[in-house]
Write a protein that binds this ligand. Sequence first.
Ligand SMILES: Nc1ncnc2c1ncn2[C@@H]1O[C@H](COP(=O)(O)OP(=O)(O)O)[C@@H](O)[C@H]1O
Ligand SMILES: [Mg+2]
Length: 389
Amino acid sequence: MAAIELSGLTRRFKDTTAVDAVDLTVEDGDFLVLLGPSGCGKSTLLRMLAGLLEPTAGTIRIGNADVTALSPRRRGIAMVFQNYALYPHLSVRQNLSFPLRFAKLTKEEKQQKVAAVAESLDIAALLDRKPKELSGGQCQRVAVGRALVRDPQAFLMDEPLSNLDASLRTSTRQELTSLHRQLGATFIYVTHDQVEAMTMATRIVVLNKGRIEQVGTPLDVYDAPASVFVAQFIGSPAMNLVPATVTSRDGTVHLVGEGISVPLWEGETEDLEVYLGVRPEHLRPLTPHESGSAQVRLGCQLTHTEHLGNEEILYGQVAGTEVRIRRPRTGQAHPGPSAPERSADLTFALEHLHLFDRKTGRRLVWLPELAPSTAAEGSHRQPVLPAAV
Ligand SMILES: Nc1ncnc2c1ncn2[C@@H]1O[C@H](COP(=O)(O)OP(=O)(O)O)[C@@H](O)[C@H]1O
Ligand SMILES: [Mg+2]
């Protein structure tokens, strides 16, 4: 297989720019997931890659070859469609050999090819069955196998799990991951489901309105979202984002706001309007014995609790914005409606603080990313604002 390179790839429909100047390299063997809300341009991007839709501008290269003008067949890319599109009246063997019907191979060569593909996908025992005699996961394998007989450079999949029920979705996710490992092939997979992206991708491309917001491993995008959009799109419940201001006071840079006090470092700065971001699992109420001494404080009005069995989500208001706290079940019995409103100070460890420029929505470089180098010099709290990434 070969790397796939998109540059300036654009597609307009009348006044809609569905895909807007996308630059992206897909490495050989990637399980690349294109993730974004409905209408962000995922299918349009995939269809251009497959050669089913002509770009308005930009190029697609596979290996060293410019394939932008090539027909789908000649690109060596296989699209695995959502409903798998198996022929119901044909056996698995006939479904697998169907794409080879015009290939310049002898009958024996075609049979060998089908046998080898069936072997590699663990479906050799199913060759004489009809699709209706297969499970969902097996259908998926046959669909992939049908693409595989043509030795594609990459597999493209557009929301292949969206028609499945929840339990089948989980098992098919595992199937796809192991299939990817086994084949070592490049997969490009479209979904709006963050769980699919987090669980299967080697790299995630987050798309918003036809543009790339961030490219990174699942943990990259979770731990250091590049924008407010990514921060809110990945993680459930979503990251808490509270408007605040970075300002200097008495030689110290603070994050301040209504009920908010977060000392950051010694020094001066120009005021900057930001969103303070902290994930629900990193936020917690102060314990009574901490409440005198804690530096990081968010004054909160707790409103209600959702019990999920193993954990609970506390809801509250900080500076007029809803926040969510996620924590293991506290073990207390909570019969009936949740506890009445009460005020509490919340806190979090500074290493879990995310900051976003409120004007641009972009992430501001902050301690976790810089800690290894700055900590080595013993000056842990470098004033690193406002370098947006
Ligand atoms: N054939 C088309 N004609 C006009 N507009 C289209 C067409 N295909 C897609 N679009 C528009 O392009 C945008 C991106 O669509 P799409 O790529 O299908 O998004 P996604 O797959 O992420 O849901 C949407 O605004 C959609 O309405
Ligand atoms: Mg789509």
